[in-house]
Design a binder for this molecule. Structure first.
Ligand code: ADP
Ligand code: ZN
Length: 518
């Protein structure tokens, strides 16, 4: 199953971007290097051998100490259409027979085996016959005699590698130097493999998010404050790249649009200009980035919320590769949330994958609405720890928090009283006691919640509703034109069992402009 890593990532695994570290590791492993990769738990190690297994001829043998985990992975791979099988003590006879059939017909791409299997004399002969092209070792620290996870059978892996003469990729979350040395001795006979040990933090990149409040003006201001520096503005649609590039141009910037709908020649021309000119702003869709290798991109702005936290990390990561200070700004609003949710709901992915996509979107929204250090929140998601970075908007200006429990309960009850049938603006009208035509026609002016939110102005309510979406307390229902529905997570709040802390929005124009009506 040949293909391009980014294509396989999307089509087989259903992910839109690599997590930090994955791309480099995938490249080295598929290129046939011996590799040692240290990644935090939950960081996404398995993809780093599963994807290369698809790119390489023959079978990839995966050795893992955890039978349940092997079975999960095999199940997930098969569901994604990849031929994978496991030989473990937990197998039924039929399962084992099916694995052998697939092996003898040369269909199997990944063979998971428990380390105990290596002790059986027959295993080595079998592995020699089946055309193994790569050995992947999960939880590689189990080879360390001094660690508490020591597995004597892991000591046979080095022998297996020598016997098969194929590359080996070892993965672990245990990063201390002694364990690493022991892994290199025992699995690689002391010859240092290509190692990936670095953390994922990019401390020179300043992180910032802002709720949309005149997004074009916000991007213009951000770009103007960095005039003469080279930057990228990512947009959610092709059309927007063109209008925004034009607006920036009219504002005296050197800006061009870039998107997948342009002719290849025109795209190459923009890439070339970007790589060679000093002051260019490229306003692009996510199609821009692959061919870009410019170390001194000083800023990246998102005019729309990215697709996932992985995509966010990858896109801002294009800034400041030279290590010098770089800045980012990501705009987001309720429309982004609505769009991203409906893209997931209307996609063709199977239900479990859609659930995972919603969860990943929640993580990104959690980052957007974070109440303390942005970087700590981001790194936590990728399994690393950080306390306070001093280089993000929330470290610069800690947000004003308030107890939003009462407001959220009022909002939830207004949503329920109106039958979970209306969008944000109508529900806010109910809360504000606004006797609009729609309100009167529906008799919503007679509801007990009518007017209970008069203590807060409309923009404040808008911020509260956006945060409720961000916290996944309510979701727009794609089958009811985005009408808000309460989620399970909101029940304890409604029942008074849980509180909600919210951030006060600091929208610049709050007092200057009447709020837009939907
Ligand atoms: P580890 O073995 O490092 O603890 P896993 O390989 O089990 O982690 O991956 C952890 C989770 O991250 C899994 O749910 C996996 O589906 C998800 N994941 C891995 N890579 C990506 C990616 N590029 N984008 C989104 N999710 C990913
Ligand atoms: Zn910070």
């Amino acid at each position: 199953m040949p293909g391009h890593p980014a294509t396989l990532l999307r089509d087989v695994f259903g992910f839109d971007a690599f997590r930090p570290g994955q791309e480099e590791i995938v490249e080295a492993v598929s290129g046939g290097e011996n590799v040692l990769a240290i990644m935090p738990t939950g960081g996404g190690k398995s993809l780093c051998y599963q994807l290369p297994a698809l790119l390489r001829d023959g079978v990839t043998v995966v050795i893992s100490p955890l039978i349940a985990l092997m079975r999960d992975q095999v199940r997930a791979l098969r569901a994604a259409g990849v031929e994978a099988g496991a030989l473990t003590s937990g197998n039924t006879e039929e399962e084992t027979a099916a694995v052998w059939d697939a092996l003898s017909e040369g269909r199997l791409k990944l063979l998971y085996i428990a380390p105990e299997r290596l002790a059986a004399g027959s295993a080595m002969g079998m592995l020699r016959r089946i055309g193994v092209s790569l050995i992947a070792v999960d939880e590689a620290h189990c080879v360390s005699q001094w660690g508490h996870d020591f597995r004597p059978d892991y000591l046979r892996i080095g022998e297996l590698r020598r016997a098969l003469g194929v590359p080996l990729a070892a993965f672990t979350a245990t990063a201390d130097a002694e364990t690493r040395d022991e892994i290199v001795q025992k699995l690689f006979d002391g010859t240092p493999p290509v190692s990936f040990l670095h953390g994922f933090d990019r401390p020179n990149i300043h992180l910032a998010f802002a709720p949309k409040d005149g997004p074009r003006r916000q991007i213009m201001e951000f770009a103007s404050a960095r005039k003469g520096q080279c930057g990228i503005v990512y947009c959610g649609t092709r059309a927007k790249t063109e209008t925004l590039a034009r607006a920036l141009g009219e504002g005296g910037h050197n800006a061009v649009a870039y998107h997948g709908g342009m002719e290849p020649d025109a795209r190459r021309h923009v890439e070339h200009r970007f790589n060679t000119e000093d002051e260019l702003i490229v306003v692009a869709t996510v199609a821009f980035g692959m061919g870009v290798d410019k170390p001194d991109i000083r800023w990246v702005a998102h005019a729309d919320l990215p697709k996932s936290i992985e995509a966010y990390y990858q896109e801002i990561g294009r800034a400041g590769r030279d290590g010098a200070p770089a800045e980012t700004l990501t705009l987001f609003g309720p429309d982004d949330i609505r769009l991203r949710r409906s893209q997931i709901d209307e996609g063709l992915a199977p239900p479990e994958r859609r659930m995972a996509d919603h969860a990943r979107l929640n993580a990104l929204l959690g980052l957007a609405e974070a109440q303390q250090c942005r970087r700590a929140t981001l790194l936590q998601y990728f399994g690393e720890t950080e306390t306070v970075c001093g280089n993000c908007d929330l470290c610069d200006t800690p947000p004003q928090l308030f107890d939003g429990t009462e407001a959220v309960r009022k909002a939830l009850s207004a949503i329920l009283r109106t039958g979970e049938y209306f969008g944000t603006q109508h529900v806010i009208d109910v809360l504000l006691g606004n006797p609009t035509e729609k309100i009167r026609a529906r008799g919503h002016d007679g509801l007990p919640t009518f007017g209970v939110g008069r203590d807060l102005p409309r923009p404040e309510w808008q911020g509260i509703f956006r945060q409720m979406m961000g916290l996944d307390l309510v979701r727009p229902d794609p089958e009811r034109h985005g009408a808000l529905r309460m989620t399970e997570a909101a029940r304890p709040v409604l029942r008074g069992e849980e509180g909600v802390t919210l951030r006060r929005d600091t929208l610049k124009s709050k007092s200057r402009r009447p709020a837009p009506r939907a």
